[in-house]
Design a binder for this molecule. Structure first.
Ligand code: G3I
Length: 476
């Protein structure tokens, strides 16, 4: 089908790209988002600050995740820095990014003691309720129809389960909670309205207090829709009572989402800790899959370079699924596997056979010239047809000197697949999938024999995954 379209397009002078770029990246095999969607879950990520302008981050975020949470851009101090003066630009940028990549948005957050502008704390008590209601109404209205779920209340509890004292409790006592949720519901009845907090993942004094509060709010008819478990974990310390805790909230008829997952390890990260981190990520994902009312899991940041952890917990870091250079870590593979993906295919060596053509992936003329595009050719067993998949997803040739590389870090269909000195960058990371596809981790696109030709010398490129035989490969 695709070669036909391409030939037709050339013959008629039609623009090719718009016709062929219709399939969203979510169709790609074995991306986290396609795996999560097959399980009727989402897999989300936080984006903040300059992350939306970094192509490496956005291409990963847009292909691997299907929900975005703005890290700071929808908080009170950004949205309404002065009383009645609103600034929606940064939040709008995140929403635009999400919409362009068919991702939903979790709104974060409406009422929180932190990142609260000074003017709110300075208000006379009898004006705080009005200011809170105006803030919620204006912000929720602005984003109405664009936000899947709102963290209406953020971090309301102390560790002992008492309500945190802030401008809102000072003015309204516990009544601010119901009032805030009702106000948000009036502005956007379709959004799922959450209370979000940390250290409530297991059963403890804090989560018990939240459970009682949720029961009480629901009995008053307050339109609370979900509980957000932030899930900022320390490696090896995912609470054993997490699943039971999620189930008790779900039994109240509430959604229970993992909203800010990360798992910090002492730096420098040991391989043992990274393996334990992978186990922790898998545990969290499996807990979500085990609870029907868990809609999904969101990570806080895309890669370790984005994380808030080193700044807040000196000596700790490496808390996400991707490293500082956005290479997938064991936690990525464990997450994909927990979501039902194929087991990791590391360790294989041999020819990469193009199933549809019955030929082998081949470096033309055994050249070592960087930038040479790969082709298919009759299988010879030569060194220029012998590839090794490393556990980190590199596909190397010539004993590890050169690697299969998405040219120019391209992420669009038609990107050439070339040899280039192995760099460990994300455009040299590949997943050899159980369904026979080989996907670029950065692009989510499939290794493709151009035009489904079977002729010797046919070039190999990246293309939207179609499930056809010119995208089927076997290694070894
Ligand atoms: O924008 C200012 C900049 O002008 C200033 O010069 C600079 C100096 O440090 O600070 C900048 O503000 C920073 C802000 O993020 C925006 O980048 C703050 O210092 C920094 O503290 C703030 O951190 C955010 C933190 O919330 C604040 O509590 C993190 O990015 C954000 O990831 C984090 O997210 C929270 C969730 O909202 C709630 N749950 C916990 C989670 C992690 O702390």
């Amino acid at each position: 089908m695709r070669p036909f379209i391409r030939t037709l397009a050339l013959a008629t002078g039609l623009a090719v790209a718009p016709v062929l770029a219709v399939a969203p990246p979510a169709d790609a095999a074995s991306t986290l988002r396609s795996l999560a969607e097959a399980q009727h879950r989402y897999i989300g990520t936080e984006l903040t600050g300059n992350m939306v302008n970094n192509a490496t981050i956005t291409s990963l975020a847009g292909t691997q995740f299907d929900v975005v949470t703005p890290g700071n851009e929808m908080k009170w101090d950004t949205i309404e820095p002065g009383n009645g003066s609103y600034n929606f630009g940064p939040g709008d940028n995140v929403v635009s990014f999400a919409q362009a990549h068919a991702m939903r948005v979790r709104g974060h957050n409406l009422v929180w003691h932190a990142q609260l502008p000074g003017w709110v704390n300075s208000l006379p008590r009898n004006q705080v309720q009005g200011a809170m209601e105006a803030h919620i109404t204006t912000e929720v209205n602005h984003y109405k129809g664009k936000i899947y779920a709102w963290d209406v209340i953020n971090e309301p509890f102390n560790e002992d389960g008492s309500l945190r004292q802030d401008a809102f409790t000072a003015a309204m006592g516990t009544g601010y909670l119901a009032d805030a949720i009702r106000t948000a519901h009036t502005a956007d009845p379709a959004a799922v309205l959450y209370i979000n907090d940390y250290n409530i993942e297991g059963q403890n004094a804090k989560s018990n207090a939240l459970y009682s509060l949720a029961q009480s709010l629901l009995s008053q008819g307050v339109p609370l829709g979900g509980i957000g478990l932030e899930s900022h974990f320390i490696v090896g310390q995912v609470p054993s009572s997490m699943l039971a805790n999620m189930q008790r909230f779900a039994a109240l008829g509430l959604d229970v989402a993992i909203t800010e997952l990360d798992d910090r390890v002492p730096l420098p990260a040991s391989s043992g800790n990274l393996q334990q981190q992978a186990t922790d990520y898998a545990t969290v994902v499996k807990n979500c899959l085990a609870v029907t009312r868990c809609p999904g899991v969101s990570q806080w940041g895309v890669g370790d370079a984005d994380s808030w952890i080193p700044g807040t917990f000196p000596g700790y870091g490496a808390a996400s699924m991707y490293d500082n250079n956005y290479r997938p870590k064991p936690a990525y593979t464990a997450t994909a596997t927990a979501l039902g993906g194929p087991p990791p295919g590391g360790g294989g060596t041999g020819p990469l056979r193009a199933v549809g053509a019955g030929k082998c992936l081949d470096v033309p003329d055994s050249t070592t010239t960087a930038g040479t595009q790969l082709q298919i050719r009759d299988c010879s067993g030569g060194a220029n047809q012998t590839f090794t998949l490393s556990s980190s997803g590199a596909l190397s040739v010539y004993n590890g000197a050169d690697c299969l590389d998405a040219s120019g870090r391209g992420t669009s269909p038609g990107t050439k697949v070339i040899i280039w000195p192995c760099s460990g960058q994300a455009n040299q990371q590949w997943a050899v999938n159980a369904d026979g596809t080989v996907t670029g981790v950065q692009s989510g696109l499939c290794l493709d024999v151009t035009g489904a030709s079977t002729a010797n010398g046919t070039l190999v490129e990246l293309w939207t995954c179609t499930g056809r035989s010119n995208q089927q490969w076997t290694l070894g």
